[in-house]
Design a protein around this ligand. Structure first.
Ligand code: F3S
Length: 414
């Protein structure tokens, strides 16, 4: 490939990978059998130019390759008031990647859609929340591949042999013991976000092993944990004893070594993390609720519909309720029997994209509320808003009241 026998695009992609192998100090390259591309997000015009240049050079992916969200809801962008010039660029980048043979999944939760990787499968994934989920919850193996190394891996089917691709680099590095956490709180979705936010802040790039999570932890809760940990830090892999597949026992998680250091995590640590996720005060006038970061699953839509039905009231006229999701979850939603509940609450279902990459939220918005640690972490800097973090129920209650309100929650105790 480096010699150009497989075409100019493969030669370019391989030259980048070989250079990156030197950076990683990897002695050789290795095969990967699946890729997920984050580089289709239109972070800058040069990203579009790079993709279109690859197409012009005849690039084709050589392994099954899914795509992260794109900067546009392709079906609804006109209704959302997206400027045409922006939409045209977004459509061009979407087309460039599909022209290379990528599968148009357009989601940041590819593990809940099409082509979920297998345990032990060597993959090259971009998108921080997807990476940590693939490594931790599925037991697939990937490093954190950034734009545009992901597409180079997809074209060549090769990556530097290094990091989390190798079993010896996947052993736990610190033990976190959850102590004195109420069983009820251990089932609460917000605990997983607070824990993820705490872990990311503490470990940055380490591999934490969590002891004390219930085996009943759902995929969506683990998704939320990983997304938060990969935002406040750069966590790419965590183990949870009895929950994640490389940590059936403490011994397995540490590959036979003695856990060191051991850190007790108690309620007050997690409460601090919970508090840290909000910059808005209780009672602040609310502009929008943002759910689905990472993209909403069918189970989360079910949960949302149930909460809306319980409340039995409509949102305040000034508050938008946005739910980001994939076409896959949306297709299931359309076949379920509760989409009318969501629509009657004026829920705006946004497909294929994300509020951080597509101008969906008005620049005049001042306060948003979310149940996502990742969204709470990035919103103040990226959207120039104040943010309130709360449970899905608190988000909906606040949308009804028109102002941030936290209901009965253990986190409010002083
Ligand atoms: Fe997905 Fe955007 Fe959140 S890419 S994880 S919805 S920041």
């Amino acid at each position: 490939m480096l010699g150009g026998q497989c075409g100019d695009a493969a030669r370019l992609a391989m030259s980048i990978l070989v250079r990156m192998a030197e950076v990683y100090e990897a002695p050789e390259l290795m095969d990967v059998t699946q890729a997920h591309i984050d580089g289709c997000a239109l972070m800058c015009d040069s990203g579009l130019e790079f993709a279109e240049n690859l197409v012009a050079l005849g690039a084709r992916v050589s392994i099954p390759t899914t795509l992260n969200m794109i900067p546009l809801d392709l079906q609804n962008w006109g209704r959302l008031g997206i400027p045409e010039e922006f939409a045209n660029k977004a459509i061009r980048i979407a087309r460039a990647y599909t022209d290379m043979g990528c599968i148009p999944t357009w989601t940041c939760a590819p593990y809940q859609g099409y082509l979920t990787p297998r345990f032990g499968q060597q993959i090259a994934w971009g998108e921080s929340n997807a990476i940590v989920y693939a490594n931790s919850v599925l037991g697939a193996r990937t490093n954190r591949y950034g734009d545009y190394m992901d597409i180079c891996a997809a074209i060549t089917g090769r990556v530097p042999k290094s990091g989390l691709h190798l079993k010896e680099n996947r052993k736990g590095q610190s033990l976190l013991r959850l102590v004195d956490i109420q069983p009820q709180l251990l089932r609460d979705d917000t605990l997983y976000v607070a824990l993820g936010h705490f872990i990311g802040g503490l470990f940055q790039e380490g591999i934490p092993v969590i002891e004390g999570l219930p085996t009943s932890a759902t995929n969506d809760q683990l998704k939320a944990l990983g997304a938060a940990a990969a935002s406040s830090g750069a966590v790419a892999l965590f183990h949870a004893i009895g929950v994640t597949p490389e940590a059936n026992t403490l011994k397995e998680a540490f590959q036979g070594e003695v856990p060191e250091p051991v850190i007790n995590v108690c309620f007050s640590d997690l409460r601090r993390a919970w508090l840290d996720l909000s910059t808005a005060e209780e009672g602040a006038e609310l502009d929008a609720v943002v759910l689905g970061c990472p993209h909403f699953s069918y189970a989360e839509f079910q949960q949302l519909a149930q909460i809306i039905e319980e409340q039995g009231r409509l949102p305040h006229p000034g508050v938008r309720v946005l739910v980001l999701t994939s076409q896959t979850s949306y297709a299931l939603l359309q076949r379920g029997n509760f989409i009318d509940t969501l629509l009657s609450f004026s829920v705006e279902i946004i497909l294929d994209t994300c509020v951080f990459h597509s101008p969906i939220i008005s620049p005049d918005a001042k306060v948003i509320m979310t149940n996502s640690g990742k969204c709470a972490y990035y919103a103040p800097g990226e959207l120039n808003v104040q943010v309130a973090f709360g449970s899905m129920r608190d988000c909906i209650r606040s949308a009804i009241e028109g102002a941030v309100c936290w209901g009965e929650t253990a986190w409010k105790e002083s």
